[in-house]
Write a protein that binds this ligand. Structure first.
Ligand SMILES: Cc1cc2nc3c(=O)[nH]c(=O)nc-3n(C[C@H](O)[C@H](O)[C@H](O)COP(=O)(O)O)c2cc1C
Length: 188
């Protein structure tokens, strides 16, 4: 099995990270991989915003509000808020990814979203090849006004497609995938 296949089949979404920082050269290498993703008509619709502490802090009021909305048991509210805040601060890297909007051309926007997904996977695989795990997340915070304000981007121009959390894995989950026989059909 070649190195690429090995990276593809061994990559798992990582939810818990060591505190250790990811070197800039590994992150830059991942952005280069992302930039090489396929995109129809060479639109390069993706943008990556690496969120530092100050930017992450700006999300906290919204994170708290969302946790309050989701929690019916008032006694558990404090713990829920702490957990939600921790999700924003514990990953060594938090990267907001956007895809270009084309309100006048829904097909273009769909193709661009597909291309941005390819770029995210290129980035995840590049990181993985360097021992760094990641998670694509699309929780409510990633769709909030606060997220757009944090990266200073208008919803009319770019759509946030998720936050990518990344860092050296504390734990690599194992997960069952479908057998090849279940997903492919050879037609005559
Ligand atoms: C578009 C997209 C959105 C995702 N959003 C979330 C999320 O909000 N929270 C989460 O825990 N995982 C999220 N994931 C990660 C999936 O849960 C994960 O890929 C799935 O469990 C399969 O595991 P694997 O990546 O190890 O193959 C997302 C993945 C994709 C592709």
């Amino acid at each position: 099995m070649g190195g690429v296949q090995q990276a593809l089949t061994s990559r798992r979404t990582v939810y818990r990270y060591k505190r250790e920082e990811v070197p800039d050269r590994i992150l830059e290498c991942a952005f280069e991989a992302a930039s090489n993703a396929p995109c129809h008509k060479n639109t390069h619709p993706w943008k990556f915003y690496v969120m530092g502490d100050k930017t992450r802090e700006s999300l906290i009021p919204e994170v708290e509000k969302l946790a309050e909305k989701k929690t019916t048991d008032i006694e558990k509210l404090g713990a829920k808020i702490s957990k939600a805040v921790e999700k924003i601060f514990s990953p060594p890297l938090l990267i907001c990814v956007t895809s270009a909007r084309s309100p006048q051309d829904p097909f273009r926007e769909e193709e661009d979203y597909a291309a941005t997904a390819c770029a995210i996977q290129n980035m995840a695989l590049s990181l993985w090849g360097n021992g760094v795990g990641s998670q694509w997340s699309t929780g409510a915070i990633t769709r909030s006004e606060a997220a757009y304000a944090a990266i200073d981007v208008s919803r009319e121009k770019e759509r946030i497609v998720g936050f990518i959390k990344a860092g050296y894995p504390e734990k690599i989950p194992s997960i069952a995938k479908k057998a090849v026989e279940e997903i492919r059909t050879y037609l005559p």
